[in-house]
Design a protein around this ligand. Structure first.
Ligand SMILES: C[S@@+](CC[C@H](N)C(=O)[O-])C[C@H]1O[C@@H](n2cnc3c(N)ncnc32)[C@H](O)[C@@H]1O
Length: 309
């Protein structure tokens, strides 16, 4: 299978695909996200505005699965919900029209819960019908796959070749937070950025979530982590007080392998912003498996090194 990764961000889908698929091309508008992508993958990647992709360029990827993780702000419960009238939906609308014309073999999409009730979802479903796709959708979270992190998201798998079926994930026991923490040496990289004032923890006690290393669930980490004290993710209770979860810890809680590189010149604040927008690895993998169980079933862990360097 070949994958066209649209809105590629830091490369969650490339991680989830591992050796089971060829990454044909990644597109994202964000330079910093692309810096991380390129630190981990040597497959083709380009900083580009998706609305500027021509039909003739996209036609070269008709044999691919098109993975789309478009911006979720137009569909979030806390936002204005401008849906298809929000400028940030334009690149997705552009792709919906390209899908109907070019008819790539498979299409997958990830977004926030609630997207399924949007006008944009309706547009997409109507295009799928006209272009002869069958599709299946579901809610998945990292916590469904044994990771101690909540990240409920809407996923969709569509195909004009087979009938993808997004089954519920197999039951798995949940790991605890301590399995995902940085060593004392690794923590040195983050210096003061993990510090959180105990007074703030006390002041917002009713609105924030504090866990300890034996906890089996953390809240969803958003791109506001480090900037907003509330509703942006959990804090960790440690011997001498409280601290934030580091970017590397957040990546592991989302299923990224330990070898995944976060360039040393990027600050925790920059990284939290990008990681808050990424996709849970086991969820993405589950969706990829729904297209082709044979090629994905033999690979239980992601081997970044073998594929890239
Ligand atoms: C929800 S995030 C997806 C993240 C990604 N799947 C990952 O693994 O990190 C949305 C991404 O879309 C990118 N994006 C937003 N608008 C775009 C546009 N018009 N053209 C290209 N990329 C865009 C953002 O930079 C961001 O990385």
């Amino acid at each position: 299978m070949r994958i066209l990764e649209l809105f590629s961000g830091i490369g969650a889908v490339a991680v989830a695909a591992g050796n089971s698929a060829e990454m044909a091309q990644a597109f994202d508008i964000n330079q910093s996200a692309m810096q991380i992508y390129r630190a981990n993958f040597s497959s083709p990647s380009q900083v580009q505005e998706i609305t500027s992709l021509s039909d003739s360029l996209l036609s070269g990827f008709a044999d691919c699965l098109w993975w789309m993780s478009p911006p979720c702000q137009p569909f979030t419960r806390r936002g204005l919900r401008k849906d298809n009238e929000d400028d940030r939906t334009k690149p997705l609308i552009r792709l919906i029209s390209a899908i109907e014309k070019i008819r790539p073999i498979h299409v997958a999409l990830e977004n926030v819960i609630g997207f399924e009730n949007s006008k944009t979802h309706k547009l997409l479903a109507e295009s799928f019908d006209r272009a002869g796709y069958t599709f299946s959708s579901t809610e998945l979270s990292s916590s469904d796959f044994g990771l101690p992190n909540l990240r409920p998201r809407f996923f969709l798998a569509a195909s004009r070749e087979n009938q993808p079926s997004l089954e519920p994930p197999p039951a798995s026991s949940r790991k605890v937070v301590s399995d995902f923490l940085d060593s004392d040496d690794e923590l040195k990289r983050w210096e003061e950025s993990l510090f959180v004032d105990p007074k703030q923890i006390a002041d917002y006690a009713d609105a924030i979530n504090v866990v300890n290393p034996q906890s089996d669930l953390t809240r969803c980490f958003t791109s506001a982590y480090g900037r907003s004290i509330v509703r942006s993710g959990s804090y960790l209770q440690v011997d001498d007080g409280f601290r934030r979860f580091s970017p590397t810890e957040q990546c592991r809680l989302l299923g990224f392998p330990r070898e995944f590189q976060l360039p040393g010149d990027m600050s925790a604040l920059q990284l939290w912003k990008l990681i808050g927008n990424t996709v849970s690895i086991p969820c993405a993998r589950h969706v990829l498996e729904s297209f082709n169980r044979d090629s994905f079933s033999n690979q239980s862990c992601v081997d970044l090194e073998a594929r890239n360097k």
